[in-house]
Design a protein around this ligand. Structure first.
Ligand code: PMP
Length: 458
């Protein structure tokens, strides 16, 4: 995104944003001399600058200027229990008081894996990592080692972290070519297919006998921004089973959110391997690969030695870190005992419905859609009932550009923070009043945008 708005000094929205956020502006100016673009995660790229947050609690966060926001970033999806759930916070405090790294096995890693197993029946074995990127990378490596095959199938628009194997085709390079800095040969071995097209999958499986695995986000790219039907997932399971190809669910977002056992329990489909991050570590850095014992045995000293196989090596300074383990165990235990997923999903459905009412009342051709505890906005809907399946992946995933940026600024001015892709996560702490307040924030934002000619006349 170019700094379009920086140059546009006559925007009332930008002026109002700047007026409310002088300390964020100061920090952003300093950060520009420290980080590329002044940020540490691409999702924080905003024009003229993003907010700097001081603290967060429940569904809210407060910036360094003291403004409160209803937070729909939700720790990039990690916080289905909201910010600072008391049990998670207590577990973190207790664990860190005992030490942050032992360079040894510890009881909390055992409890953490047990908590995953209690929720995810396919998790016969577990290995911890520090991020979803690492977990997906390990899942792919396991699949290739286990099958002795090199190629993996994936779906255009689906995100599986930023490691070399999967950088093409989630937001660009939909032609399958490698992104800058990645070896073409690596990208070539991850074949992109159109999402939701079982015939395309079956055709490749029939003609290519070098497929190790199929990997996907089971509710569709970016938590259903480009949705997939559960029937497709079931058909995919049947097709992969027939072909002797492994099925990998990337449950980094869907895990413990779509249902307490993730998408696999909700859809009653058993993947061979799954990657988890975000909720699995209760809001701290942490991730896991879980799945069939015979596959994870490729990481096992004795099992590989007994079969004369080369073991996959797996170091990682922070694998199973005790503080992350404590946070993860506390979050997963709370999810096990008091399943928050139906409540968060119902609140999200209510938010989507309320937003669509506001869009209709304010006469903007926008749509709020999504599944489970998420929402996505599409700013180019036609008058009819919005159907994301009819729109197509590239348009749904297209950057919302300057219009989206301005909507975000206008929402921040009204005390609501949504993601740069105009999506959000709902936690169990978002109440009905927050939803009503969010709807009014949207109404105010739309009116500000209309005053600047960014949306058509009412
Ligand atoms: N897979 C999916 C589906 C994700 O949404 C993400 C992160 N947004 C990742 C993998 C990568 O996880 P991480 O950011 O922890 O590396």
């Amino acid at each position: 995104m170019t700094d379009v708005l920086e140059a546009r000094t006559n925007s009332g929205i930008v002026a109002a944003y700047r007026e409310r956020t002088p300390e964020s502006a100061r920090l952003a100016a300093e950060a520009r001399h420290l980080f590329p673009s002044g940020i540490v995660h691409d999702a924080r790229h905003m024009d003229p600058y993003g907010i700097y947050v001081q603290r967060a609690q429940g569904p809210y966060k407060w910036d360094v200027d003291g403004n409160r926001y209803i937070d729909y970033f939700g720790g990039h999806g990690a916080l289905i229990l909201g910010h600072q759930h008391p049990l998670v916070t207590a577990a973190i405090v207790e664990a860190q008081a005992e030490g942050t790294h032992f360079g040894a096995c510890h009881p909390r890693e055992v409890q953490w894996a047990r908590a995953i197993q209690a929720l995810v029946p396919s998790a016969e074995r577990v290995r911890f990592h520090s991020s979803g990127t690492e977990a997906a990378l390990m899942a792919l490596r396991l699949a290739r080692a286990f099958t002795g095959k090199q190629t993996v199938l994936r779906f255009a628009g689906h995100f599986h972290g930023w490691h070399d194997h999967m950088t093409h085709g989630y937001s660009n390079h939909f032609d399958g070519t490698a992104t800058v800095g990645v070896l073409p040969g690596v990208a070539e071995k991850a074949i992109l297919l159109p999402p939701g097209d079982i015939e395309a999958v079956e055709a490749v499986l029939a003609r290519n006998d070098d497929i190790a695995a199929v990997i996907l986000e089971p509710t569709g790219a970016s938590f259903g921004k480009v949705p997939l039907r559960p029937e497709f997932i079931r058909a995919l399971r049947r097709a992969t089973e027939r072909a002797g190809v492994l099925l990998i669910f990337d449950e980094v977002v869907t895990g413990f959110r779509v249902s307490k056992g993730g998408a696999q329990v909700a859809f009653d489909v058993r993947p061979d391997l799954s990657s988890f991050a975000k909720i699995v570590a209760g809001g701290l850095p942490g991730a896991a690969v879980a799945g069939r014992k015979d596959i994870l045995d490729r990481l096992d000293f004795a099992e590989t030695a007994a079969r004369g196989q080369e073991k996959i090596s797996h170091p990682g300074t922070y694998n199973g870190n005790p503080v992350s383990a404590a946070a993860g165990t506390a979050a997963l235990t709370e999810i096990f005992e008091n399943d928050p997923t139906p409540i968060a999903s119902a609140r999200a459905a209510s938010l989507r419905e309320t937003l669509n009412e506001v869009f209709a009342q304010e006469r903007v051709a926008w749509a709020a859609y999504g599944t489970y505890s998420g929402f996505h906005l599409y700013l180019h809907a036609s008058g009819r009932e919005f159907d994301p399946y009819a729109v197509g992946m590239e348009r749904l995933k297209a950057s919302p550009g300057a219009l989206g940026n301005k909507l975000r600024l206008a929402l921040l001015v009204h005390g609501v923070d949504i993601s740069g892709s105009l999506s959000g996560f709902i936690s169990v702490t978002h109440g009905e009043q927050d939803i009503a307040d969010t709807a009014e924030a949207f109404r105010g934002a739309i009116r500000m945008m209309r005053a600047e000619g960014e949306v058509g006349p009412s």
